[in-house]
Design a protein around this ligand. Structure first.
Ligand code: PLP
Length: 450
């Protein structure tokens, strides 16, 4: 690496430890400095324009220049830049947002709790579940089951639920009491001659067997994303959720839908739970809630979860949990405006329509010798690249995706490779011409990869 002394790139390498980055390898150019945004595009510090095919990190629903969100933030900053929600204090934006989230919930929910990130929301849910089990006198009912390949964040409990090796290795994770069952990734996990329906049955049977082996009275909850994101955009088989929910119901196990990516239109419905017929007890939300213009998250729970927690707080005298920034008035004001715009512009329907165009376009590449699989739902999709027959030396497994991602970046499209799966998750405001542009860059890049 040969960076110009004192350049922004050199200063970044000198002073900044990045997450999800090899701290000893910065490539020839050093980091990309993202400088500004416009619609679905971002520009780097050299003025090069990219389509942000990942909406930042699956999150910038309204694109990068929505002045109404900026105005909402500024107006709230001017009026009341901060207030907390501890000890019977509250403020207008938190009240309005809690009411709004309950009103649009896909299943009846009774309360919202505010947090600052997806990880923090999921971490808090673990604590709330333990608290609830103790309130019910079920002191052994504490274990949580998630899935291999699932992503729930990086704090100690959230990373323990995450089912990806990089989030565990050398962090001494997962901690005890967190178990991982089969991933619903048919393309990777399905066996020869096994249909998708049979595979879904096997996933449910594996879950049932794990519960039996551990002891049903020790399992408190199962957490899952409606569609796995960071695990490679895994859309489960059609019968998967119905079968999983039947197992959970048998053993009185809570269901947490981690909708940090899916909520607010991504899968073509307001919630991923609607798309897949999921009836969760708890829903985690973040990312598209504020279009990531403000760090913000929340989860909502039904009475089955809330009532014992309320009783226990009454016994103890206080619910000993909360974050300084939880329900931040500026974040809540941005979230309210963001949801208003999603509804006014019918961006959920746009996600469904543009998503169909994207998926149909990507499906055309399935005949390409370097494409193994295309999958998606709504406006979240993946294209998995594979080595052509017998050429794994030229195209080592796991490195082809990174190469394809780099070529697409050079060609002006940001995607994210998870192994050899390339994810596409553009802002919900995308139009048909922009979808075509993405497909054109993918086609060109596949040719360059060959
Ligand atoms: N849950 C899911 C499904 C996610 O995709 C993510 C982040 O990508 C998280 C939780 C963690 O959110 P955060 O990065 O805000 O902590």
């Amino acid at each position: 690496m040969n960076l110009r002394p004192n350049s922004d790139e050199a200063r970044d390498v000198a002073y900044h430890l990045h997450g999800y980055t090899n701290a000893r390898a910065h490539g020839d150019r050093g980091p990309i400095i993202v400088d500004r945004g416009e619609g679905i595009h971002v520009f780097d510090s050299n003025g090069k324009r990219y389509i942000e095919g990942m909406a930042g990190l699956w999150s910038v629903a309204l694109g990068f220049d929505e002045t109404r969100l900026m105005d909402a933030a500024f107006a709230q900053m001017e009026k009341l830049p901060f207030s907390h929600t501890f000890s019977h204090r509250t403020h207008g934006p938190a009240i309005d947002l809690a009411e709004k989230l309950i009103s649009i919930s896909p299943v009846p929910m009774s309360k919202v709790f505010f947090t600052n990130s997806g990880s923090e929301a999921n971490d808090t849910i673990v604590k709330m579940i333990w608290y609830r089990s103790n309130a019910l006198g079920l002191h052994d009912k504490k274990k949580i089951i998630s899935r291999l390949g699932g992503y729930h964040g990086v704090t100690v409990a959230a990373a323990s639920m995450t089912g990806l090796p990089t989030n565990h290795k050398s962090f001494d994770l997962p901690i005890d009491g967190f178990l991982h069952t089969t991933s619903p990734h048919y393309y990777r996990e399905g066996r020869d001659a096994e249909s998708e329906t049979e595979f879904a049955t096997r996933c449910a049977d594996d879950l049932d067997a794990m519960i039996q082996a551990e002891g049903p009275d020790t399992i408190a909850a199962f957490i899952a994303e409606p569609v796995m994101g960071a695990g490679g955009v895994v859309v489960p088989p059609a019968t998967y959720w119905e079968k999983i929910q039947a197992v959970l119901a048998k053993y009185d196990i809570l269901l947490i839908a981690d909708e940090v990516i899916c909520a607010f239109g991504r899968t073509g419905n307001m919630f991923g739970s609607t798309t897949f017929g999921i009836k969760p007890d708890i829903i985690t939300m973040s990312k598209q809630l504020t279009s990531s213009y403000f760090p913000f998250s929340a989860f909502m729970m039904n009475d089955r979860v809330y009532e014992p927690i309320a009783d226990e707080s009454n016994n103890i005298g206080v619910l000993g949990h909360g974050y300084t920034g939880g329900g931040h008035p500026v974040g809540a004001a941005v979230a309210l405006e963001n949801l208003k715009i999603i509804e006014e512009r019918d961006l959920v329907a746009n996600a469904a329509a543009r998503g169909n165009e994207l998926l149909a376009g990507l499906a055309h590449f399935e005949d390409h010798p370097l494409v193994g699989n295309v999958r998606g739902v709504g406006l979240i999709a993946a294209l998995e690249v594979i080595a052509p027959d017998g050429r794994t030396d030229d195209f080592p497994v796991g490195q082809l995706g990174a190469k394809m991602s780099a070529i697409m970046l050079k060609n002006g499209l940001v995607s994210r490779n998870m192994g050899d799966a390339l994810a596409f998750c553009p802002p919900l405001i995308i139009n048909s011409a922009e979808v075509k542009k993405i497909l054109h860059i993918v086609e060109k890049s596949l040719d360059e990869l060959s």
